[in-house]
Design a protein around this ligand. Structure first.
Ligand code: PLP
Length: 460
């Protein structure tokens, strides 16, 4: 397991006594990143837009951040990395970049377990955008097994044909926790027979890695994905940066999503022709989230350190290359840690007869999240009661609306606990035993007035 006792102190939120158990939504920011932000303010300047030593220094750090991010997912170089505000924006960027390539009668295959971010953009394309241009494209949904929470690959295969431009699928579900068999889905997409504009015969594969990249090794070369998206606010960085990985030849050929400054080759604008910048800057229109980018890359480096060298900083703020073998070791430790946590959570929650737990039965098949409903008990009420007991959860459909309807849940909601690398078994035991109390209707007592706590801590 990860030596949590050596890293928990780095998280102000944990030091404040919070049991952080809503990590699938967003994780906490460690003190090293907050201190780094303070330091960066001294050299604060724009990138690619100045000759001062501060602009040059900031540009170097900013560009090196792309290298770190590329190395973490085993992308060949920074040319395959595009940064946006979040995973949702990254998926939308693919949709808009590919929009003009769709042909009459094409289809898109996605699944019933997707986050709305990997369904609604495709819905919008098929139902709202392309029909305006007289082009009919169908969006098909693959089913999953309600008991096991696993995708029905045979049915998915039956949906993919020579008209399937792209298959879009989550690497891991944010509701069921299921880790999807990406290599098998790749195989299905490869044999569709769809002819892409490059002449390649296959469907593209887009993987929503929002619950994958932070939690287990994601090697884009090994998985052979065409597009991968994820967000850094689910892996220790502050809010505001999401990533798109795409194969270099795809990024070279597809249209930019956003047009404007810095995505243009120096001097190449005339009334009749605009030349685009080299990769990845072709996709960086306007001043980017410079500090967020640097902090996101350093969050990746901190995950390497927290996993492999807890308490020491071998990767954080160094030039050390992230070798694939080291990323593999680090992420296997993260995955193993999470497996132990979720195994404990499942054991406790399975002991509550009135709970229905969604997703795979065994910890090995899922990430560190567990969603459940309770007979005759509103998930929102459970989440509110948990909050009173100082346990953080999320009630709702977690933007996996299709899947909640698929189960016929009314309201379309469940309650979810989710853990990350700084959580220990004690956190899991406390969170799950509080679920037990909520279910058995123990009236919770307010432990701490959060607002007065925050006010006090600001006065210090
Ligand atoms: C599986 C999945 N996809 C996409 C997203 C959207 O991420 P973001 O809000 O950072 O765009 C989330 C966030 O919860 C998610 O869990």
């Amino acid at each position: 397991m990860i030596e949590t006792q050596k890293i928990r102190n780095f998280f102000p939120a944990i030091r404040a006594g919070r049991i952080i158990s809503n990590n699938a939504a967003s994780t906490q920011v460690p003190i090293q990143l907050l201190e780094l932000l303070n330091k960066l303010v001294v050299q604060y300047d724009n990138v690619h837009r100045g000759q001062s030593k501060f602009s040059i220094l900031t540009t170097e750090l900013f560009e090196a951040s792309y290298d770190t991010i590329a190395q973490f997912i085993n992308a060949p170089s920074r040319k395959s990395i595009v940064l946006y505000r979040n995973a949702t924006e990254a998926i939308n960027s693919v949709m808009y970049s590919l929009m003009t390539e769709f042909r009459e009668g094409d289809n898109i295959v996605t699944t019933f377990m997707e986050h709305n971010s990997n369904y609604v953009p495709w819905y919008g394309l098929c139902k709202e955008i392309l029909p305006k241009f007289g082009i009919k494209v169908e969006c098909r949904l693959a089913k999953f097994d309600k008991e096991t929470g696993e995708l029905d690959l045979n049915q998915l295969k039956s949906l993919v044909d020579k008209k399937t431009k792209i298959v879009c699928c989550s690497g891991a579900s944010n509701f069921l926790g299921t880790k999807n068999p990406i290599k098998e889905i790749r195989e299905i997409a490869n044999t569709s027979g769809y002819i892409q504009p490059s002449g390649e015969k296959k469907s593209y594969l887009l993987v929503d890695g929002a619950q994958m990249v932070p939690n287990f090794l994601t090697d884009v070369k090994d998985l052979d994905v065409d597009f991968l998206v994820w967000s850094f606010h689910k892996m220790l960085a502050p809010f505001g940066v999401g990533a798109l990985y795409a194969k270099e030849e795809l990024l070279s050929n597809i249209r930019p999503f956003l047009y404007g400054g810095d995505m243009i080759a120096e001097g190449e604008v005339s009334p009749d022709k605009v030349g685009y910048n080299k990769l990845p800057w072709k996709f960086t229109a306007g001043t980017p989230n410079i500090l967020g980018t640097i902090l996101s890359a350093q969050a990746v480096r901190l995950i390497m350190d927290f996993s492999l060298n807890p308490g020491k900083f071998v990767y954080f703020m160094t030039d050390k290359k992230l070798e694939l073998s080291d990323v593999k070791r680090a992420m296997e430790k993260v995955e193993n840690h999470e497996r132990i946590l979720i195994d404990e959570a499942l054991k406790i929650l399975k002991g509550i007869p009135s709970l229905k737990i969604y997703g795979p039965d065994t910890a090995g098949k899922r990430t560190a999240l567990v969603a459940f409903t309770c007979e005759n008990k509103d998930p929102f009420k459970i989440a509110q009661d948990l909050s009173i007991m100082n346990v953080e959860s999320r009630a709702g459909c977690h933007c996996a609306t299709l899947a909640h309807h698929y189960y016929g849940l009314n309201p379309a909601a469940s309650c979810r606990l989710s853990f990350y690398i700084y959580n220990n078994i004690k956190d899991v035991k406390i969170a799950c035993s509080c679920v037990k109390k909520c279910v058995y209707s123990v009236q919770p007592k307010e432990k701490k007035n959060l607002l007065s706590y925050l006010r006090k801590s600001f006065k210090k």
